[in-house]
Ligand binder design. Structure first.
Ligand code: PMP
Length: 304
């Protein structure tokens, strides 16, 4: 995955890939006290362009705020460092991983005195669930692991530790022969995928689970809602979706920075629609890729 990656930006400087290491007694390694982002940079006619960078950066700082973590760099500094990293690596398109975490310091649960470390890495990353997945859709299963609720761990913050929930759901799904999982929330309704938001199409209208359903406020989710509305669809973006409604949906699809717009062709072996990418998903996926590859909506792109 990281073949050809030469440098990583860490705590204010570019370091060789091999030297981007942390101490064994890093607070975040023990307690999961890190926050992170996943961002994509697309190749456009005007050169590489980072998609919705400002929104990702805002979510990064907001996630940190929940843990009283002060990121010791200004947003502009991280922006410049990211742009320079992509240039230095000579990447036309890539995935970008900003991360901030409590570093080596006292190992009590209260991270108060631990220094905050920050890193930025970038590498080429194709379709997260595979190229065929974008065309044919993926087979998914409801996970037996429930999503934690936002009164247990804030679900609007993208924190490293809680991702063990996503790891368990993914392991279970893959172990049972599925490509991806869907996790239900504490109420037993649909939350999201382990690293994706979920959309449902029924009778020509679009539904996606609301922020109160213990989901991450996905930036691709926001993009998909906006594009769908522009295409003239009625979008219900605060929906509560039950497990059974998934089975009878006309279409289902995931959205996410890594997964982009990925159709779901079956849930728990129940075929969804025609068992392939549905027409509404297709229209939205096309609009999404047209947008990110054109770089045309300037306010959504940060050119490298
Ligand atoms: N939910 C979870 C749990 C995720 O990890 C992600 C990926 N960041 C998403 C949804 C999708 O969010 P985004 O579109 O901002 O990548």
């Amino acid at each position: 995955m990281f073949e050809g990656v030469e440098e990583i930006w860490m705590d204010g400087e570019f370091v060789d890939f091999e030297d981007a290491n942390v101490h064994l007694l890093t607070h975040a390694l023990h307690y999961g006290t890190g926050v992170f982002e996943g961002v994509r940079c697309y190749e456009t006619e005007e050169g590489p362009a980072i998609f919705r960078w400002e929104e990702h950066l805002d979510r990064f700082y907001d996630s940190a705020e929940v843990y009283d973590m002060e990121i010791p760099f200004e947003k502009d500094e991280l922006t410049e460092a990211t742009v320079e990293l992509i240039q230095r690596e000579g990447l036309q398109s890539c995935y970008i991983r900003p991360i901030a975490f409590y570093g080596y310091g006292p190992l009590g649960l209260n991270p108060g005195k631990s220094p905050v470390q920050v890193g930025l890495a970038a590498w080429p990353w194709g379709a997260y669930l595979g190229e065929e997945a974008l065309e044919d859709g993926v087979d998914v299963a409801i996970s037996s692991w429930r999503k934690y609720s936002s009164d247990q761990i804030p679900t609007n913050a993208k924190t490293t530790g809680p991702y063990v929930n996503s790891v368990l759901a993914s392991l279970e799904a893959r172990g049972n022969g599925y490509v991806e999982a869907i996790v239900l929330n504490q109420e037993g309704n649909v939350a999201e995928g382990p690293g994706e938001n979920i959309f449902l199409v029924r009778d020509g209208e679009i539904y996606t689970t609301g922020l109160a359903e213990s989901i991450l406020d996905g930036i691709t989710r926001r993009t998909a809602i906006e594009l769908a509305e522009e295409l003239g669809y009625e979008v219900h973006d605060e929906a509560t979706i039950s497990r059974g409604e998934l089975y009878t949906a006309d279409e289902l699809f995931f959205t996410g920075t890594a997964a982009e717009v990925t159709p779901i062709r079956s849930v728990d072996d129940n075929q969804i629609g025609a068992g392939t990418k549905g027409p509404v998903t297709d229209e939205l996926q096309t609009a999404f890729f047209d947008l990110v590859e054109s770089g045309e909506r300037e306010e959504w792109f940060r050119y490298v």
